[in-house]
Design a protein around this ligand. Structure first.
Ligand code: PLP
Length: 483
């Protein structure tokens, strides 16, 4: 059935005929939302759309949870705002203590903010302040950051400079405003794409060594003493489509950071707060069942966002590890930073209610781990034999499906065609399921993907519906395109 009125159709097919290298334009008309309830979006025309991605991977406990609304309202009634510079606030203190405890004490300090971009921006600034003001004085040359491509870390100038996201950077490249000279990309760790056109699969250990050698040569090229930090997502979200690292990679990255005195920043804005099956993605990226030695890879700085407050309020955080916190304590330093809404009581109340009041109380992390097997199995059953599905990968409730022109060669579709956008729109419009269109970085020829990121309390029958509807959308789109 058609789920939207005709207004949604107006002008939305323009990207289909576009064959140039520019990113597809967004649809001109979007469905009007009436409300969001549980695992559904409901439009003003009465269409009920199953939520398989929580917007941009945000709504991790579904919509309209009464206990969360009650907690936020209660906080609003007692104090909706106070400056972090004037008062200590109870919910902020409780949340910070809980967060530190949730890392097993590996992280020591917490700064609450409103968006992922702000948290990344703060991580960049804190890295510089640590090296320049607290440990090295003016003699230190650590002004470079090593990033990966493609990647996405945010939309402010610093976080966008750290991002290798073709279409978002495009308007600013010629202006020279992005801090190009201080951000240095190495290639992302993406086993599926890195073996493009190769007939023989490379053994994992050899692949990991190759990737780590690339990182080490970047250190050496820049001069190790010039590198402030290495920034990466432990499991890559929208830039690649839910790609976990192969065993040994992150441990190797950490070793190189330690060897060369650089900080390791993990961006957990999308993959964190339970999305991957553990509260923090770094708690599980090097899984013991992979047969590898060693434990968790703990970052020096960690950003949180999205599922942190589950979308009930804006919200993000920067967590600071021992290395930096220890120096701050010893040298009696404070981070020269400050937003009006930093350490906001409503953000804290929402995060506490979502994390402690719902996820912890209902044991939802265990559910995510159980659902990982179900969702992975369902996606593979339904889609892995489709001639235009190249790869299906993920962790927890964080799954990506990558589309290709040719499964053998892994040749991607032309960027201008907007294949992921077509699947996303067809799934929503014709089959009533919202999946995330992760085509953002396809301008670099990395291929189209959609992401499935349902709420942690999703039911098994809802997972079946999601995969069935997505499967129908994929079949419909490629049938129209002629395979
Ligand atoms: N980092 C990652 C990995 C993200 O996926 C995003 C947003 O999608 C950000 C940072 C920026 O977060 P925000 O959009 O809340 O500023």
């Amino acid at each position: 059935p058609e789920l939207f009125d005709s207004a949604y159709e107006t002008g939305t097919d323009s990207e289909v005929s576009s064959n140039d290298d520019s990113p597809p334009s967004p649809p001109t008309t979007l469905p009007q939302l009436a409300k969001a309830k549980g695992h559904y979006w409901i439009t003003t025309t009465g269409a009920k759309i199953l939520d398989a991605c929580g917007g941009a991977g945000v709504a991790c406990i579904g919509h309209g949870r009464k206990e969360v609304i009650k907690a936020i309202t209660k906080q609003m009634a007692s104090c909706s705002y106070a400056s972090y510079a004037h008062f200590k606030l109870d919910p902020v203190e409780r949340l910070s203590e809980w967060l530190v405890e949730s890392t097993g004490g590996m992280m020591k300090k917490v700064y609450l903010m409103c968006s992922g971009s702000e948290a990344i921006e703060a991580a960049l600034k804190l890295s510089l302040e640590f090296h320049h003001s607290w440990t090295g004085g003016s003699t230190t040359k650590r002004t470079n950051f090593i990033t990966r491509t493609p990647s996405y870390h945010g939309t402010t100038l610093g976080s966008l400079s750290a991002s290798n996201h073709f279409s978002r950077r495009l308007p600013f490249i010629s202006s020279g405003i992005l801090l190009e000279s201080h951000f240095h990309p190495i290639s992302a760790c993406n086993p599926y794409r890195d073996q493009l056109f190769s007939s023989v699969d490379e053994p994992t250990a050899a692949y990991v060594s190759r990737k780590l050698a690339e990182l080490e040569s970047m250190f050496l090229r820049l001069g190790p003493e010039t590198v402030a930090a290495v920034i990466m997502e432990p499991i890559v979200g929208a830039a690649l489509g839910c790609v976990p690292p192969p065993p040994g990679y992150m441990r190797g990255v950490k070793k190189l950071c330690e060897r060369y005195g650089a900080l390791l920043v993990f961006d957990e804005v999308m993959c964190g707060m339970g999305r991957s099956g553990t509260l923090h993605a770094w708690q599980s990226i090097e899984r013991p069942e992979n047969g590898e030695e060693g434990g968790e890879v703990v970052p020096d700085l960690q950003t949180l966002g999205k599922c942190f407050t589950g979308g009930y309020t804006p919200g993000s955080a920067l967590l600071v590890g021992h290395k930096i916190a220890g120096v701050m304590e010893q040298e009696k330093r404070v981070f020269t930073h400050g937003h009006t809404y930093q350490n906001n009581p409503l953000v804290a109340a929402a995060a506490l209610a979502v994390q402690v009041g719902v996820i912890e109380r209902e044991g939802l992390l265990a559910k995510v781990r159980e659902h990982e097997k179900v969702l992975g199995w369902l996606l593979r059953q339904r889609l892995s034999k489709h001639p235009n599905v190249g790869d299906i990968r993920g962790r927890g409730l964080f799954w990506g499906v990558e589309f290709v022109k040719d499964r053998e060669t892994k040749e991607p579709f032309d960027v201008g065609l907007g294949v992921a956008q077509m699947v996303h729109r067809t799934a929503m419009k014709e089959f009533g399921v919202l999946v995330y269109n992760g085509q953002g970085c396809a301008g670099e020829g990395r291929g189209d993907h959609v992401m499935v990121m349902p709420a942690y309390d999703i039911l098994e029958e809802e997972l079946e519906m999601i995969v069935d509807r997505l499967g129908k959308a994929v079949e419909s789109v490629f049938e129209k395109l002629g395979g």
